[in-house]
Design a protein around this ligand. Structure first.
Ligand code: EPU
Length: 423
């Protein structure tokens, strides 16, 4: 298990590129199963989670090849199985995306039920409700979901849950609906850019999806889809936001290139509120945090609200801000595993029900800390970059799931960070 050694206190400076979006490419890879002809995806980030999705496709008989840097070719022609086994699904919840794609392709799917998750309960009831409303029979036994639909039939499907819309349920139901007979209307649909990217990919395959990005998505079912040549995945807004936040926590001056500022409006607004100067030029976002960085209240919401996947990173900024910040996660009300780790670095954070009250301190001081999930580990790395002395971040395999070359990218900005093998 690798760990990071970080010697904090360097102001990050320079330019860093944005990789393709993890949360966009995962459903797109699953959607490629809907065709019988090959697709190629460009700007595909090389991440553990992408490896896992490739392993799942491979186990089902799909031929997947990384043709050259960032390009993945998927040939679903030889797809022989409609089953995704526990051994692979347990590694990554997004494996559940193959359920919608297999239902759309074969009218049949057997997928292991994803297990627990450290960021809180993550049910899949809305996914299953959507499939059932399209006409699938769903059975759950022996840890598996058995879904079957001799014919999928379009209809109106409400996908609102207790936390609002669901990204995963919207994407999954969309993948089945594109092959359903007639019209499907998904209401309370997730508006996240990753859903729009999936819809764009499906449309390039020959699907008829309209109004993705709005709360009501309409799908006219088609009987056949084809592969897509050279589909370019959107830039990863969470990676870009993480580097913008890294600039803020180190009082740095960083330009994040190749991003999509329109996807980062809430993040830009919050950093500006904290006193960080931000300028945009096409896809470049210049973050100048060399002045004072003030406290900031953050409440995570569905898009276009502030993303839960940047909550831990913003909390790292709040630990050193001049004043009191409040951080509330409305999407995952228990996503606070990083709080105790920040406390080990000297942060002053108290939990009040499901809110974190963060009183900025003068300094953090380096210590060994342990990553618990992907985004929390990014937050810990950021806090380590700002802390005085040496910080060791253990279990960085979490970060490898979703950040491409993070230590190289940070080092190029001047961070003192090194990956070492841990026992
Ligand atoms: N929910 C339900 N029932 C469902 C599905 C979701 O109640 O059937 C609830 C969840 O428990 C949660 C809320 O709805 O409280 C939102 O969950 P959503 O389904 O939108 O999340 P997801 O699709 O499982 C994706 C990202 C997450 C990101 C969330 C929220 C991928 C692969 N994952 O998860 O990303 O936090 O949307 O934006 O796209 C990450 O990248 O680190 C990550 C966790």
């Amino acid at each position: 298990m690798d760990k990071f050694l970080i010697w904090g206190g360097e102001q990050l400076k320079g330019e860093t590129p944005t990789s393709g979006s993890k949360n966009a490419v995962l459903p797109i890879l699953a959607a490629s199963l809907l065709a019988e002809t090959p697709s190629t995806i460009v700007n595909c980030p090389w991440l553990k989670d992408v490896d896992t999705m490739v392993e799942i496709l491979d186990a089902m008989g799909v031929r997947v090849q990384r043709t050259f840097e960032g390009t993945l070719s998927i040939d679903p022609g030889p797809l022989a199985s409609h089953e995704a086994p526990y051994d692979l699904v347990r590694k990554m919840r997004a494996s559940i995306y193959v359920l919608g794609a297999l239902l759309g392709r074969f009218g049949k799917a057997t997928v292991s039920i994803p297990g627990g998750c450290v960021i809180g309960p993550r049910p899949i009831d809305l996914h299953l409700k959507g499939f059932a409303e399209l006409g699938a029979t769903i059975e759950q036994r022996c840890g598996y979901i058995f879904a079957e639909a001799p014919e999928l039939v379009g209809r109106e499907i409400f996908l609102g849950g207790p936390q609002g819309s669901s990204v995963g349920a919207t994407a999954n139901v969309l993948m089945a609906a594109v092959k359903a007979r007639g019209t499907t209307r998904i209401t309370s649909a997730a508006c996240e850019p990753e859903v729009v990217d999936l819809a764009n990919f499906l449309n390039r395959m020959g699907a008829k999806v309209s109004d993705a990005g709005s709360p009501t998505i309409t799908v006219e079912g088609v009987s056949e889809l084809h592969g897509v040549e050279g589909y370019e995945v959107i830039p990863d807004r969470i990676e870009a936001g993480t580097f913008m936040t890294a600039a803020a926590v180190t009082h740095g001056d960083v330009t994040v290139t190749g991003a999509e500022p329109a996807h980062l409006q809430s993040v830009i607004a919050k950093l500006s509120e904290a006193g960080v100067k931000i300028e945009m030029h096409n896809g470049d976002i210049h973050v100048d945090a060399t002045g004072d960085v003030g406290p900031v209240d953050v409440v995570t919401q569905t898009y276009p609200g502030f993303p839960t996947d940047l909550q831990a990173q913003f909390m790292a900024v709040a630990t050193l801000a001049d004043g009191l910040s409040r951080v509330v996660d409305k999407i995952y009300p228990n996503r606070y595993m990083h709080v105790m780790e920040y406390a080990r670095l000297g942060a002053n954070i108290t939990m009040d029900a499901n809110s974190a009250i963060v009183r900025g301190v003068e300094h953090l001081s380096g210590a060994p800390i342990m990553a618990s999930d992907l985004r929390a580990s990014a937050g810990l790395v950021l806090a380590g970059l700002a802390a005085e002395g040496e910080t060791t971040v253990l279990r960085v395999y979490h970060i490898d799931r979703g950040y491409e070359d993070i230590e190289e990218k940070l080092a190029r900005l001047g961070a003192k960070i090194k990956r070492v093998k841990s026992n």
